[in-house]
Ligand binder design. Structure first.
Ligand code: ATP
Ligand code: MG
Length: 198
């Protein structure tokens, strides 16, 4: 519409358009994946995966993302190198991405995020702690519901499907997920990769 007539401005606007298009694309993908999972129209392929080797590259990738966004991302993966967990690697990766994405999104600049993996009584436990805005106690029971979005997050883009997807994935493996949070201090999500409650 002749709004940007020099190449520099045009490039800037195109970059914004590209950025928004990517965000929209990611949202549509989330929505489709969630719908698929909800109708059982997906096939999980469970294979034994070496947990430490699976987690390290994910942590490294997010450390870079977080650094760009001025948040620190540390990881402490304290697992035997040969520890294998039966899982659908792609789905588990997606669950962790959703959790880490939230941690980055709901933690301000200068905040920190830590991914930890340890064995607790023989059960592998992955925990993700952030020093972000936290979740009010009254919201906690609803954060895993589809389309639920916290009052603090309405100005951010999203459907409120991230955690519902995480929960479906975790439960499809027979694992459990828990959360603890304090407003203004931060939030910790914890996935126990054993069968039944832990
Ligand atoms: P989407 O993931 O679909 O883009 P979303 O991030 O709002 O949108 P969920 O990931 O399902 O949705 O999270 C639900 C709500 O839980 C969020 O709107 C937010 O209020 C709260 N929440 C989730 N993770 C955190 C976190 N690490 N710190 C603070 N609040 C969080
Ligand atoms: Mg989310």
């Amino acid at each position: 519409d002749g709004l940007a007539d020099d190449p520099g401005t045009r490039r800037k606007y195109l970059a914004i358009v590209q950025d928004k298009t990517r965000a929209l694309d990611a949202m549509v993908t989330d929505l489709i994946e969630f719908a698929r999972m909800d109708t059982g129209e997906w096939k999980a392929t469970h294979r034994p995966v070496r947990l430490a080797q699976f987690l390290r590259p994910i942590a490294q990738r997010y450390a870079e993302d977080a650094a760009v966004l001025h948040r620190s991302f540390r990881h402490a993966i304290e697992l035997p190198d040969d520890l294998e967990v039966p899982m659908d690697e792609a789905l588990t990766g997606r669950a962790l991405e959703n959790l880490i994405g939230n941690a980055i999104r709901y933690t301000g600049e200068g905040g920190s995020i830590e991914l930890q993996a340890t064995l607790e009584a023989g059960v592998p436990v992955i925990s993700l702690r952030d020093t972000g805005i936290g979740i009010p106690a009254e919201d906690l029971p609803r954060i895993f519901d589809p389309f639920y979005r916290g009052t603090n997050s309405r100005r951010e883009q999203g459907f409120g499907l991230g955690l519902a997807t995480v929960k479906s994935i975790v439960e499809s493996h027979g694992w459990t997920i828990g959360v603890s949070s304090e407003v203004g201090c931060g939030t910790t999500f914890r996935i126990a990769m054993g069968k039944g409650p832990s």
